[in-house]
Design a protein around this ligand. Structure first.
Ligand SMILES: NC(=O)c1ccc[n+]([C@@H]2O[C@H](COP(=O)([O-])OP(=O)(O)OC[C@H]3O[C@@H](n4cnc5c(N)ncnc54)[C@H](OP(=O)(O)O)[C@@H]3O)[C@@H](O)[C@H]2O)c1
Length: 315
């Protein structure tokens, strides 16, 4: 099968031929129709998890995908050949991922069925970004009328988070450039803050001198200074970081709840999101559909940022 791999941490991705993996007991072989691209994909190949998980090389890049079950291993009861499925397929110890024609998943892992009405490209764009958005917004414990800042709202996680927060009845402040402001407003943002025109925290503080209820920070990197975001919160507020940049103990002393968030897909969450997307209640903008052979060049470009939606690889 064709696949995009790295041969070690930090090496350039390569488009290669690999043996098609075989499903073992309790596993399914999935023919991938579309793979979703996330910043996590290159953070992992750069070595983000090298001290905590074994990696097998050559390592197929990527996590998110949607496709069709081709074959099942012994003992598989949840899936049958021909089922349309999607989810997270990154298996670092086995060297397996989603930027490939085929991949293997555990039946009790992070995959679920998708409705017939949901295109593979849209399904592949959901797992990491929209599960993160869904669970992170839940973690903010928003109530109707609360004000939430989403810092980094113009990307994959942010666009879904705007929709979930707006559905809670929150007033959503979303960062974005003028090019995407109408789109973010359409998704449910109350105010769009142009972060290129001045520091976001200064603009929010000026408009909300009494503070806001929650911040979902998708921008501050691990080890970065998140205190300007924390400074926007009133006592009792919540600061969520998707890059593990918060210091919950220090924030607790100020009456603020800090959460270093990691997404954790379940069959129930994946099923809910697939159903919402299939009926248009969760909208995901696809920036680009790229052939698998072009994925190495795509990754180099995606690393530079400026996502205004999701990119999908089509084998
Ligand atoms: N912990 C978890 O479970 C988890 C799960 C998913 C994602 N994440 C992390 O969360 C972050 C966001 O993920 P994503 O998939 O949404 O990434 P993405 O699609 O690349 O979007 C990031 C967005 O942030 C914008 N941005 C960059 N700098 C900004 C700034 N200073 N102020 C405001 N906006 C800014 C970018 O716009 P420009 O590039 O145009 O500036 C881009 O639109 C990534 O770091 C990712 O690794 C963590």
């Amino acid at each position: 099968m064709k696949a995009v791999v790295v041969t070690d941490f930090g090496t350039e991705p390569e488009f290669v031929d690999l043996p098609t993996p075989e499903p073992g007991a309790g596993e399914v072989l999935v023919r991938i129709h579309a793979a979703g691209v996330n910043p996590f994909d290159w953070k992992v190949t750069d070595g983000a998890l090298k001290d905590s998980v074994t990696h097998d090389f050559p390592l197929v890049m990527g996590s998110d995908a949607a496709g069709v079950v081709e074959r099942t291993g012994p003992g598989v009861t949840r899936f049958r050949p021909g089922d349309r499925v999607y989810g997270q397929f990154m298996r670092l110890p086995q060297g397996q991922g989603s930027y490939a024609e085929y991949t293997v998943a555990e039946q009790d892992g992070k995959i679920a069925h998708i409705p017939q009405a949901l295109p593979f490209t849209l399904a592949a764009a959901l797992p990491t970004a929209s599960v993160t958005a869904y669970q992170a917004v839940q973690a903010t414990r928003l109530e109707r009328g609360h004000t939430l800042l989403i810092n980094g709202a113009s990307g994959g996680v942010g666009q879904s988070a705007i929709q979930f927060a707006a559905r809670f009845g929150a007033r959503v402040l979303a960062t974005g450039t003028p090019e995407v402001a109408d789109h973010l407003g359409d998704l449910g943002a109350h105010t769009v803050i142009d972060f290129t025109q001045g520091p976001t925290h200064e603009q929010v503080a000026a408009a909300h001198p009494d503070g806001i209820d929650a911040v979902l920070d998708l921008v501050t990197p691990t080890g970065g200074d998140i205190s300007p975001m924390a400074g926007l919160l009133r006592p009792g507020g919540t600061l969520i970081s998707t890059n593990h940049a918060t210091h919950p103990d220090a924030l607790a002393a100020r009456g603020i709840r800090g959460v270093n968030f990691s997404n954790s897909p379940t069959v129930e969450t994946l099923t809910t999101l697939a159903e919402l997307a299939a009926i248009g209640e969760l909208r995901v903008r696809i920036d680009a559909e790229v052939p698998l052979a072009d994925a190495p060049a795509l990754i180099a470009k995606a690393r530079a940022g400026h996502a205004t939606g999701k990119t999908v690889i089509v084998p």
